[in-house]
Design a protein around this ligand. Structure first.
Ligand code: ATP
Ligand code: MG
Length: 552
């Protein structure tokens, strides 16, 4: 962060430290364990963790598990895995549910101060009494109970004598406030549901706006960073902090969410894609959940770089997925070996090459990074090339293989296409070539030029694999949603190459190993479906890009 100008949150922290408002800083990431994390959450995680690191402060990982109706252990596990993967370090995991006692005590304190009361209005009535943006709210008829009565009724709520929805505890603030959040918000409700950590101990649970500032205060969080939609809740946050008289008041700061153009990010829509069976689970490589991105082959470093480039701001904007792809290509450019893979193979027979002979070529694994060394690539009479590198009748400017044309087989020889064979359906199944032994190494023996260079894989040593090419699940021409609010799906978001032929260098590839398939793109070994018998590769990004980094 040193070279870029400081963002507005850093400015606030600088000021707070200078003025002595805080001696050091503590931030937190507070997910609700009710779904999987996505790339937007990565922004929040890296921002909070990055600030703690930058200022030598503390970063807390905290589950905001105050709503037992929607929470699941499975989500909690996956969230931790994602945070660890991103490299955000915390010393322990905090649980909001560990503070239920303190929250309860704080609520009692509010009642004793005359700042909270038990209401018996129904949820509908509470909504009606609350008013609207243009109309003030009406006094709750229960708001003038005595402190003793409130304490007694709150105790009744807590001890299980009240049915769900029959009573709530409300903060007494201001029913005529211009800010609806301040119109006597509910701070506790009755819910006879077991909690996955506290079991049956509680049948009252705190509401988010009361619980969150309490959690922050209890942990000594100094800067409670959240997204813009909570801006209107800040007065309530401050009210809770003030009226519960916490020792070290935290400060809420809002920033703009990360949005990606034409990409489904919202929890709600991802959930729908999963439920409708359009994708295969939350970690489908087409989804920008962190588990999906990881499975697809994205690296934590690329995501970090992307988040860094997207900046921290107070106004909403939309980022480009192409920028994420750019960061990923840059991250893999040096480190990934470049091997040959033929996704849609056609057999090529080199008629004048000796039968039974096999020779090996020393090939550099990554011309941009000598440290990756070289490998031996076998070559013999029968090889595979990609279907798209052959045309029976070539259009203009097609320099790859076609009858009568000479091309360079990458690193080996010049070959000339002499004839080809089709099956009954008219599909080309075999190509016959002759090679020029004098062009060994792919060098012209007499100065004659070939315009096309294509990759290939030796047939007798090829390994058959499955390659999966992914595109946006959304049809970008049409945009995310149609007029009825349905997602515009891209029918080509997944293309499978079942007969992908890969060279022997891939042997032993393990989950998350990443390679460049020469001329095709960067691929990653699928962690879920790849086996020793059949490798499965996911395309992370193609090689092509028209993307340019925005000027800083
Ligand atoms: P929902 O999808 O229902 O909005 P959520 O994403 O807010 O849920 P939480 O578990 O409450 O889920 O989020 C944890 C934190 O991540 C919050 O502080 C939230 O503000 C932040 N966050 C969520 N989405 C984004 C985003 N797109 N960009 C940046 N931060 C985000
Ligand atoms: Mg939320």
């Amino acid at each position: 962060m040193d070279n870029t100008s400081r963002n507005f949150i850093e400015n606030i922290i600088d000021e707070d430290l200078k003025e002595g408002t805080y001696e050091g800083i503590c931030t937190r990431f507070p997910p609700e364990p009710n779904g999987f994390l996505h790339i937007g959450h990565a922004k929040s995680i890296l921002l909070n963790y990055g600030l703690a690191k930058e200022y030598g402060g503390k970063f807390n990982m905290r589950f905001d598990d105050t709503n037992p109706t929607k929470e699941k252990e499975e989500f909690a596990r996956s969230i931790i895995e994602d945070i660890d993967w991103l490299g955000a370090k915390y010393d322990k995991i905090y649980y909001a549910s560990d503070y239920f006692d303190q929250m309860y005590e704080a609520a009692v304190k509010l009642i004793k101060k005359g700042k909270a009361y038990v209401s018996e209005l129904s949820p509908d009535e509470i909504r009606q009494y609350r008013g609207t943006l243009t109309e003030p709210g009406k006094e709750d008829p229960y708001s003038n109970r005595s402190i003793e009565e409130n304490l007694m009724l709150f105790e009744k709520m807590k001890s299980g004598q009240v049915e769900d929805g029959k009573m709530v505890l409300r903060a007494r603030i201001d029913m005529s406030s211009a800010n609806i959040n301040m119109r006597d918000p509910i701070i506790y409700r009755v819910a006879h549901i077991a909690h996955h950590r506290t079991g049956d101990k509680w049948c009252i649970y705190p509401m988010y706006d009361f619980a969150h500032p309490m959690e922050d205060s209890i942990e000594g969080v100094t800067h409670s960073i959240c997204t813009l939609e909570f801006e209107d809740h800040r007065p309530l946050y401050d009210w809770v902090v003030k009226e519960t008289e916490v020792e070290h008041p935290p400060k809420q700061i809002e920033f703009a969410k990360l949005y990606l153009k034409d990409i489904v990010t919202g929890k709600r829509y991802i959930k729908k894609l999963v439920e409708d069976g359009i994708v295969d689970g939350w970690d489908d490589p087409r989804i920008v959940s962190l588990s999906g991105l990881r499975r697809r082959g994205f690296t934590a470093d690329a995501i970090k770089r992307f988040i860094e480039l997207s900046g921290v701001s107070k106004s909403n904007s939309v980022s480009d997925y192409a920028m994420l792809e750019y960061c990923q290509r840059e991250d893999l450019r040096m480190g990934a070996p470049r091997y040959m893979a033929v996704k849609d193979p056609i057999k090529v027979i080199i008629d004048n090459y000796p039968e039974g002979k096999i020779e090996y070529f020393d090939v550099i694994n990554n011309p941009e990074n000598e440290a990756l060394g070289t490998r031996k690539v076998p070559f013999s009479r029968e090889i595979y090339i990609d279907r798209e590198d052959f045309m029976e009748v070539p259009p203009k400017k097609y320099f790859r293989m076609f009858p009568g044309n000479e091309v360079r087989l990458m690193q080996t020889y010049f070959v000339k296409c002499e004839s080809f064979i089709k099956d009954d359906e008219g599909r080309v199944v075999e190509i016959h070539c002759t090679y020029d032994p004098a062009s060994r190494g792919g060098n012209s023996p007499d100065g004659r030029k070939v315009k096309g260079t294509i990759h290939w894989v030796n047939a007798s040593t090829a390994i058959k694999a499955l390659a999966r090419d992914y595109e946006n699940i959304i049809d970008e021409e049409k945009g995310v949603k149609d007029e009825e609010g349905n997602l515009n799906l891209n029918p080509n978001s997944l293309v499978k190459y079942e007969n992908c032929m890969i060279e022997p260098a891939f042997e032993g590839a393990k989950a998350y190993d990443r390679f460049q398939f020469v001329r095709h793109g960067f691929y990653c070994v699928d962690a879920k479906e790849s086996t020793d018998d059949k490798y499965v590769f996911n395309r992370i990004v193609s090689l092509k890009s028209s993307y340019k980094l925005p000027k800083q």
